[in-house]
Design a protein around this ligand. Structure first.
Ligand code: A3P
Length: 313
């Protein structure tokens, strides 16, 4: 396994091992009214975060948990690698393993941001955070943000299976219990509808590109092209094909032991659209449709989600 991936899987494994020794009610903590998993995030890290100085050429992938962040993260990592190879001779550059940070912005130790301030551009980071929790320099300095959204019914379905498969997240006896928690703001990283509403305020900014899981699934070649264009990365036809192939669900699942260790199968479950139809009752459909209407319908993100296509029976 590459050394840098080993750092990533070590953090995951450590979080799982720690969570195995904890009581269910210790798994989450609250910061500014939002819950976070205590084995991944901490108050010290949140406090240290403001010292991070964003740059206009930073590449930030923002997405609520289970929106496909590992998928689009793979695409962005490959695009950045292609860009760097073209821009400079990376082989003779500094030792990448030493520079590697856990890719999620809010996960790590409190010194992380000091180290990141010294990293060369372009820096790539992923985040599940609400925009108002991110350091103010992200918006002031116009870091480039790829905002990934997914239809809320599949997000809930994916989050349910994930929560029950990984010990750092509270597990649920039944889907009905999970659904009630999802709809009443008890999820780590907050309520998805509030997340969409909050990010919608930034959706039209020039430094933000909005991408939906479903559009990428429908046409991955066009999706990768659009992402590369947004970040100003030129691709040959061969490079484009290789990024698309390496990020296909089949390739990522096959490679998942290497990239995500023992949790590979948990991160790469079904990778499709409409699995919610296997779980949602009529009443739950109605409740979520109403919440969508109340919070998101008619907004830029709401339109982008194509709710009528992906979330109606
Ligand atoms: P499912 O649980 O519906 O299968 P995240 O990476 O944000 O945790 O999101 C996880 C979801 O993205 C999971 O959804 C996972 O299977 C899906 N996913 C991961 N890689 C994918 C890929 N290459 N193509 C499509 N979906 C992918």
């Amino acid at each position: 396994m590459e050394k840098s991936r080993k750092k990533f899987t070590d953090i995951l494994d450590k979080a799982v091992a720690t969570a195995n020794t904890m009581q269910c009610d210790e798994l989450l903590f609250s910061y500014k009214g939002i819950l976070y998993p205590a084995t991944f995030c901490s108050l010290e890290v949140f406090r240290a975060m403001e010292s991070f100085e964003a740059r206009s050429d930073d590449i930030i992938l923002a997405g609520y948990p289970k929106s496909g962040t590992n998928w689009v993260g793979q695409i962005l990592s490959d695009l950045v690698a292609i860009f760097e190879k073209k821009m400079k001779n990376k082989e003779s550059s500094v030792n990448d393993d030493e520079l590697e940070e856990f890719p999620y912005f809010e996960i790590g130790d409190a010194r992380k941001y000091e180290r990141m301030n010294k990293l060369p551009s372009p820096r790539l980071m992923f985040t599940h955070l609400l925009p108002e929790i991110l350091p103010t320099s992200v918006f002031k300095n116009k870091a480039k943000i790829l905002l990934l959204i997914r239809n809320p019914k599949d997000v809930a379905t994916s989050f349910y299976h994930f929560s029950n498969a990984i010990s750092p997240f509270p597990s649920y006896d039944t889907w009905d219990d999970f659904f009630a928690a999802f709809m009443t703001k008890k999820m780590p990283w907050g309520c998805y509808f509030e997340y969409l509403s909050a990010w919608n305020k930034y959706a039209a900014a020039e430094n933000v590109m909005v991408l939906s899981y479903e559009e990428l699934k429908e046409n991955p070649v066009q999706g990768v092209k659009n992402i590369a264009d947004f970040f100003g990365i030129c691709l040959t036809e061969k490079e484009l094909q290789s990024v698309v192939e390496r990020s296909s669900f089949q390739s990522m699942k096959k490679n998942s032991q290497k990239t995500h260790g023992a949790l590979g199968n948990v991160f790469f479950r079904k990778g499709g659209v409409s699995d919610w139809k296997n779980l949602f009752s009529e009443d739950q459909n109605e409740k979520m449709d109403k919440a969508f209407d109340k919070h998101i319908r008619g907004t830029k993100l709401g339109t982008k989600l194509k709710y009528e296509i992906y979330c109606k029976v």
